[in-house]
Design a protein. Structure first.
Length: 257
């Protein structure tokens, strides 16, 4: 704690240490999964960007071709725009359906044209001699519309995946630079505290042993000073027995150490 590292507020104990180790294991597993998800989203983003560039180029080329065909149709059939607008049915000829896809756990929208790629040009073909040119122009603009739908789908997917990638990347960075270091610092703090407690307990037991040894040595010294050349009296035997008990206690503490 003196180094200024951030740790979790916990009580240092062996049970807490085990809980922190399990928490670190879970956080590491979550980090690995989110990292894989972020990598997968990034890969799909790159693919979508390449598709968008290809579709944009194709849309530009098809739009140019459709404009040329439209000009030819005007040359052969005259100005037919008003007639086309008046003959337009109430129901749309070009319909779009929306569905959902899944990329690395992220739901993305998919836009597609409904009804296939066939173009109905029945009424347009009947316009005098330029009907064929009008039909070709109509098909060209339908192709442009289809590519525009694909482009809209890809751009929407790009926005959704980009947001998901940013969120996932923030979570990965939070685990990598905040959560995991804090848990590891907490584990180290708990281990240091437990080691300090063990050293304190060792010092305390050693001090107790030293005190008991000093008392035993003092008792032996007093016993020798009281003893003469003759056999010890009953009181002296009692004192000697007490000294033996102290020695046994010292030896037991030494075995514990």
């Amino acid at each position: 704690m003196s180094s200024g590292k951030k740790i979790l507020k916990v009580m240092p104990s062996r049970m807490t240490l085990q809980a922190m180790k399990a928490k670190a294991k879970g956080a590491k597993k979550g980090y690995d999964l989110l990292k894989k998800k972020a990598d997968a989203i990034k890969t799909f983003l790159q693919k979508i960007l390449r598709k968008i560039l290809a579709v944009k180029e194709r849309v530009g080329r098809l739009t140019q071709q459709a404009g040329v065909l439209h000009t030819k149709a005007i040359v052969f059939a005259g100005k037919f725009n008003n007639q086309v607008i008046q003959s337009t049915p109430n129901e749309a000829a070009f319909k779009v359906t929306a569905s959902e896809g899944n990329i690395a756990g992220v739901r993305i929208p998919i836009f597609e044209r409904a009804g296939g790629d066939n173009v109905d040009v029945g009424q347009i073909v009947g316009l005098s001699s330029g009907g064929q040119q009008v039909a070709q122009a109509r098909k060209a603009y339908f192709a442009v519309l289809k590519d525009l739908v694909d482009l809209a789908s890809l751009k929407t997917q790009l926005v959704v995946l980009d947001d998901a990638f940013k969120v996932t990347n923030r979570r990965v960075n939070a685990l990598d630079y905040v959560v995991l270091p804090r848990i590891h610092n907490t584990i180290k703090y708990i281990q240091d505290e437990l080691d300090e407690l063990e050293r304190e307990e060792f010092s305390r037991l050693k001090k107790v042993k030293d005190v008991l040894e000093e008392k035993a040595a003092e008792n032996d010294k007093n016993l020798k000073s009281q003893m003469g050349g003759d056999q010890p009296s009953a009181a002296q035997q009692k004192v000697g027995g007490a000294g033996g008990d102290v020695n046994d206690l010292v030896n037991s503490v030494g075995d514990f150490m």
